[in-house]
Design a protein around this ligand. Structure first.
Ligand code: FDA
Length: 281
């Protein structure tokens, strides 16, 4: 879904490829390096039922392709509910997510629900709750920039929770705006999750927060770090060498625009990289 000309190399830095086989190949390569994967079929804010069904089928196909490789929970999937129909009908999104959870369970694996903009949080948590009746290992991302998230973490202390800072532009009525406030909130949420009975997934590239997570874990080993495909690969490998559990978020598919733009927005250096490659350097 190209909205302007981009060299393949630019997108390739952050996206594993367009096809199921590309995601499978990336997962194998990461596994060879001792890294686990959570695979995201790119796409979001689907506005018609046909597209929601197609996305669901793409996840099921992916999980079927992974099955014979026997990765188990070392290769799970991440799902944006808006890509499987949340904007149209919560019941449809739940039904589609359930189909993906079933396919994941056949692999001995599971699903983590991504968190999108703040207007979707209540619906996403309600769908998570419904899914966990049959699929108790289903996880969810919680964004530390939202004021509500510390309380959400308390409610989810027995759950697989991926803690992120948050990637959407949110108003000051619902979210911290300053990086220092978002970081402090991240530590508060982390403290809650690390003292719970769930499985914390510490999703950040921030060295300071990674070090704080190691301290707060206080000897517990049932947690993991997560980073994005193509970002701080050196750090991912260093954590693996130190004995940590590390999972990489692997996006694939052709609808990369929204994902790619959020990665650019996070870091001026990525914009420079992008502009350089447009200039052919
Ligand atoms: P921060 O942005 O403060 O960066 C800390 C340091 O990390 C930087 O100084 C730089 O060195 C490095 N870094 C960070 N971003 C980089 C980039 N794009 N390129 C290169 N270096 C970079 N968000 C959301 O709203 N909902 C979700 O479901 C998810 N899911 C998710 C899964 C996983 C596995 C990860 C790692 C992240 C997400 N996110 C997300 C995105 C998240 O909210 C956040 O926007 C990014 O992770 C960037 O924040 P950091 O915690 O890395 O810190």
């Amino acid at each position: 879904m190209s909205r302007f000309p981009l060299t393949r190399g630019v997108v390739d830095r952050f996206v594993a490829g367009e096809q199921t086989i590309d995601a499978v190949t990336a997962t194998r390569r990461l596994a060879d390096l001792g890294l686990m994967s959570t695979i995201d079929h790119l796409g979001e804010e689907v506005r018609d039922t046909g597209a929601a069904v197609e996305t669901t089928k793409a996840y099921v196909r992916l999980l079927e392709a992974l099955r014979p490789l026997g990765f188990g929970d070392k290769a799970e999937v991440s799902v944006k509910l808006s890509a499987v129909g949340q904007a149209l009908d919560d019941a449809m999104a739940l039904d589609h997510a359930r189909q993906i959870c079933e396919a994941a369970r056949e692999n001995g694996s599971t699903v983590t629900l991504d968190m999108e903009d703040h207007t979707t949080v209540d619906s996403t948590l309600a769908i998570l709750h419904a899914l966990r009746t049959d699929f108790p290992d289903t996880g969810v991302a919680i964004q530390s920039y939202l004021f509500r998230s510390e309380a959400d973490c308390r409610d989810l202390r027995d759950t697989r929770v991926r803690l992120v800072k948050g990637a959407y532009k949110e108003p000051s009525s619902v979210a911290y705006q300053k990086k220092s406030e978002v970081d402090r909130a991240y530590v508060r949420c982390l403290r809650v999750l690390m003292s719970g009975s769930g499985y914390p997934m510490v999703a950040t590239h921030d060295d300071r927060l990674i070090a704080i997570a190691e301290t707060l874990a206080d000897g517990r080993s049932d947690y993991e770090f997560q980073m994005l495909y193509g970002i701080r690969t050196d750090k991912q490998l260093a954590l693996v060498r130190s004995g940590a559990n590390v999972r990489v978020y692997v996006p694939y598919g052709d609808d990369w625009y929204g994902y790619f733009m959020r990665r650019l927005a996070e870091r001026p250096a990525n914009v420079a990289f992008f502009l350089r490659s447009l200039g052919g350097k």
